[in-house]
Write a protein that binds this ligand. Structure first.
Ligand SMILES: [Zn+2]
Length: 255
C-alpha cells in the first residue's frame, strides 16, 4: 500500500505526537529548502521564506484556463508559464525546492476541483518522468505534486486515489526546441499502463503543457488499457493561450 492509500485512515488516527512529527518534518523540509535558496522567495527573490506572501497571493489569483485545443481530454492549467508561476515551477522542478510542491499542489487542486465530475471516483495519474530526469532531480516532482493534489481534493470531498500506473517504455528526446509534429512523434508509443485496468475515470497530471504531445500520449496509454481520461491537469500552459476555448461553464463548480 502506498502512503497515499493509507492517508485517509492515518488522518483520522493522528495523535498530537503524530501531528507534531509531521509538522517537524515539514519545518525541516522548509529549512532545507531555505538552505537551497539561501532563504529567498522562489517567485521574486525577496529575502525570507521560499514563497513570500505577495507571490503566494499572485498564484492564488491566477484565473486558469480550460481548453480542448490539444485534442485529448479537456486540459485545465492554472496559468501561463511566465512570471511568478514560472519562477516557482523552475525552483520546484530544477532547483530542488521540494517544499514548493505544497503551494503548487494546492493551486492545482483548486483549479482541478472546478472541473472534475461532480460525483463518483477518479484516479489521479501522474505523467512519468524520464529516468534521466529522475536521476538529475533526485525525485519525482510530478509525483510529489500529485500527492499534494490528491490530499487537497480529498479534503474537498473528492473520492480520488493517486496511482502511478503510467510508465515509460522507451526514452524520449528533450522536448525543448521541438515543434508540434516532432513532439508528437517523440512521445508516441513512449508510455504504457501497468497493472490492473483502470476502474475509475482518469485525471492525468503534469507540470507544463505546451503542444499537449505528452498528455496525448498519456491519454493514449490510458485508453489502450481500457481507461477513460476525463481531465488533464497542468500547473502551467505555454502555447495553449491562443485562443483559449472554455468548455461548458455549467460544468464548473465554485472553487
Ligand atoms: Zn515573492
Amino acid at each position: 500500500m502506498t502512503p497515499e492509500c493509507a492517508a485517509p485512515s492515518l488522518r483520522h488516527a493522528r495523535t498530537p505526537l503524530v501531528r507534531w512529527i509531521v509538522g517537524a518534518a515539514r519545518r525541516l523540509r522548509t529549512a532545507l529548502d531555505d538552505l537551497v535558496l539561501g532563504s529567498t522567495c522562489a517567485g521574486c527573490g525577496t529575502p525570507g521564506s521560499v514563497l513570500c506572501a505577495v507571490c503566494a497571493h499572485h498564484l492564488h489569483d491566477l484565473s486558469g484556463l480550460l481548453t480542448t485545443r490539444v485534442g485529448v481530454a479537456p486540459v485545465v492549467a492554472c496559468g501561463p508559464y511566465r512570471g511568478t508561476l514560472r519562477q516557482v515551477i523552475i525552483a520546484s522542478k530544477d532547483r530542488g525546492v521540494r517544499s514548493l510542491a505544497r503551494p503548487l499542489g494546492a493551486l492545482a487542486a483548486r483549479h482541478a476541483f472546478r472541473h472534475l465530475p461532480t460525483d463518483g471516483r477518479v484516479l489521479l495519474v501522474p505523467v512519468p518522468s524520464s529516468p534521466a530526469a529522475m536521476r538529475r532531480r533526485g525525485y519525482d516532482h510530478v509525483g510529489e505534486l500529485g500527492r499534494v493534489v490528491a490530499r487537497r481534493l480529498r479534503a474537498r470531498g473528492v473520492r480520488v486515489r493517486l496511482r502511478h500506473r503510467l510508465v515509460r517504455v522507451r526514452s524520449v528526446r528533450d522536448q525543448a526546441g521541438l515543434g508540434r509534429d516532432d513532439r508528437l512523434g517523440n512521445q508516441r508509443g513512449s508510455m504504457r499502463w501497468r497493472g490492473a485496468p483502470p476502474d475509475a475515470p482518469i485525471v492525468i497530471i503534469d507540470d507544463i503543457v505546451t503542444t499537449g504531445a505528452t498528455l496525448r500520449e498519456a491519454c493514449r496509454a490510458v485508453e489502450a488499457a481500457g481507461g477513460r481520461p476525463v481531465l488533464a491537469l497542468a500547473l502551467a500552459h505555454t502555447a495553449l493561450s491562443r485562443p483559449a476555448l472554455v468548455l461548458d461553464p455549467a460544468r464548473e463548480r465554485p472553487a
